[in-house]
Design a protein around this ligand. Sequence first.
Ligand SMILES: Nc1nc2c(ncn2[C@@H]2O[C@H](COP(=O)(O)OP(=O)(O)O)[C@@H](O)[C@H]2O)c(=O)[nH]1
Ligand SMILES: [Mg+2]
Length: 389
Amino acid sequence: MVETGIPKLDEILGGGIPKGKSLVYYSQPGVEGEVFGMQTVYNTLKSGGNCVFVVSSTIPDIMKGLFKEYGWEIDEYKDRLFLVDAYNPLIGAPSNEKYIVSNPDCIESFNKIITDLIKELPPSTIVFGSLSTIMDLCGEKETIEAVRNWNKMAMLYNHVLVYNFTVWPYTNETLDIIKDDLFNAVISIGSIAERVIFGQYFGILKADWAKETRTSMLFRVLRPGGIKLFIPKILVTGPFDAGKSTFVHALSTQAISVDRLGTTIAMDHGHVDYKGFSADIFGTPGQERFDPIIKLLSGESMGVFLVVDSTNPADFVRAKHMLEITKSYGLPYVVVANKQDMPGALTLDEIREQFNLPGDVPVVPAVAKDKLGVFEAFEVLINKITGGT
Ligand SMILES: Nc1nc2c(ncn2[C@@H]2O[C@H](COP(=O)(O)OP(=O)(O)O)[C@@H](O)[C@H]2O)c(=O)[nH]1
Ligand SMILES: [Mg+2]
């Protein structure tokens, strides 16, 4: 298996891409699609594999600069990375690379180099930075035939082939072949847009070795950092003094609390970067008069942490009420049993019983003030949100 390095995708694919298989990242114009192939390049190198990267949309040096922007030092892996320069000859510039496609507007020129590499190299990950550019230069039919042949050869020689493809207005016939026929797996990448793009997502259209799944995931691209799954809003609610602000701060790389004005307003806002996820979390004030705020935030949230003080069952009625408000939005939630360090803290079972929680609602022990249990709670909630294990 070769891991794509795209968070969550490998899990859905059952571990990654099996040797001999091909995968295409099929992206709508305007979304950040090229980073997908690049992340797979970097991930292959990082995990000890050989990688061929075919650069056809820009000068290889610029491409190397892009890797740097994502924080990926590919120079460290020079001996296992084979860059194929299919750009410089096009503009008549000299190339520093060992592998050069001398006529990038002629598919035969690609064919020669790619088939040689497929035959010569030990099992590798071969990534095409831009299949669409090759198509534009060499023709749709010609390129499709070549790709069909490369994929067949990769099967024989145990390579993994990965292509970035941007869905420009090609003929329907071409697009159908790419979506349905040419590759073992198709990952579609698109955007949610209304005048401006305000979200990007990827989803699996097909993967002939994995149980097919239609889930799609929001992502954003960080520099440095690369592709992160994006959870736009997670709500942290719970009674006053349960430890919500402490919890938000313990989880966050950066957090702001607006609670300097006594207890009149107490909103927390934090940002979590953890295990390939990028999430914004919002803590609500605990007092009843702020219930409309909980309602408002619930409507836009993807999940909820209910933080409770495990030593203070008197507050559980209030906590239950807060849960009811968010439950009406059908959000996945996790109960954070905080202050487990204090004498008299109720056990998880006791809390579950008091709340009369269904069996599938997780209760996670925590000592927010010592940052204990907070990332466990985060992982549990994220898995509920993204439907993982
Ligand atoms: N012993 C203990 N105290 C905690 C813990 N988490 C928070 N606290 C304390 O509980 C108080 C209330 O915490 P805060 O985060 O302001 O609660 P909020 O009102 O829910 O935002 C503060 O004094 C915290 O230091 C914990 O895990 N253990
Ligand atoms: Mg607070």
